[in-house]
Design a protein around this ligand. Structure first.
Ligand code: ADP
Ligand code: MG
Length: 256
């Protein structure tokens, strides 16, 4: 009916406005991030020098790192938000899951280390490609890693395992954190559900949507006080057999 149509287009307009705003905030944020990287270099001990750093530089470096963390937190929130504002469109192409996961773990490692979270990763050397929106999938991983870190305020163990399971890839992210109650477990994927002060409740809802748009599945197991495991299954493309050695298959005539 007309009433619903109006509500729908108003929501769409609001989504576009908010999306535009989120986008406008992202640009200056990335300028800030670039300048912080330059600043970080200035406070770091000079390469080839004696490695001695003044206490003042040490303090400044810590502050730079705090700012970098907060900027990437804001970027994460804006990305989750933008995913909804854009109506959650994704753009997939054949991609290497192993490389993508490795890259995200490298990015997240310093922050995990700073929070006394020990990271154990078990990734296969190679896997068939998957149809991925690499930006969206990076967002999935970041959301799960940030949640895991937040679930382990005093530090703990984080295990990231990727393996092949038939025609699918299986990714398990396990933390030794606070875990969830049955009620939390039931609602954790709901939009705006959050038990955190200042939490948005956008993270897992976005994660689930992105996984579903990849024709994948996501599951969760958790026990209060013990930890949580998220499991993700993604379809893999069929392997293209690679001919070993020769660039082109030898023709019958060239055979001795
Ligand atoms: P937010 O992180 O902003 O709270 P999320 O959608 O990312 O929103 O998560 C929703 C809720 O699910 C969290 O507030 C928390 O209660 C629960 N949760 C998510 N991941 C974990 C985890 N690894 N361990 C324990 N609880 C979790
Ligand atoms: Mg979250």
């Amino acid at each position: 009916d007309g009433e619903r149509g109006t509500g729908h287009s108003r929501r769409k307009l609001l989504g576009r406005l908010a999306g535009g705003l989120a986008h406008e905030i992202k640009n200056p944020l990335s300028t800030m991030a670039i300048n912080l990287t330059l600043l970080e270099e200035e406070f770091q001990p000079a390469p080839g020098g004696d490695g001695v750093q003044s206490p003042k530089d040490k303090r400044s470096l810590k502050r730079v790192h705090t700012l970098q963390r907060e900027i990437s937190r804001l970027e994460g929130i804006l990305d989750d938000f933008l995913h909804y504002a854009r109506g959650g469109e994704i753009n997939r192409a054949p991609g290497d899951l192993v490389a993508l996961i490795r890259e995200v773990l490298e990015f997240a490692a310093p922050e995990l280390e700073a929070e006394n979270v020990r990271l154990h990763a078990s990734l296969p050397n190679a896997l068939p490609l998957a149809m991925l929106d690499s930006g969206a999938f990076r967002q999935v991983l970041m959301n799960l890693l940030v949640n895991a870190r937040q679930a382990m305020p005093g530090g703990g163990e984080l295990i990231v395992e990727l393996r092949r399971s038939g025609a699918r890839a299986e990714l398990a992210i396990t933390d030794s954190g606070v875990g969830m109650t049955e009620d939390q477990l039931e609602h954790c994927f709901d939009l705006y559900f959050s038990t955190k002060r200042g939490g948005t409740g956008l993270g897992l809802a976005t994660v689930r949507r992105i996984i579903e748009m990849h024709d994948g599945e996501i599951g969760v197991q958790s026990e209060a006080g013990r930890g949580t495991r998220f499991l993700i299954w993604l379809p893999l493309l069929q392997e293209i057999p690679i001919t070993k050695g020769a660039q082109a298959p030898p023709s019958a005539e060239s055979e001795p």
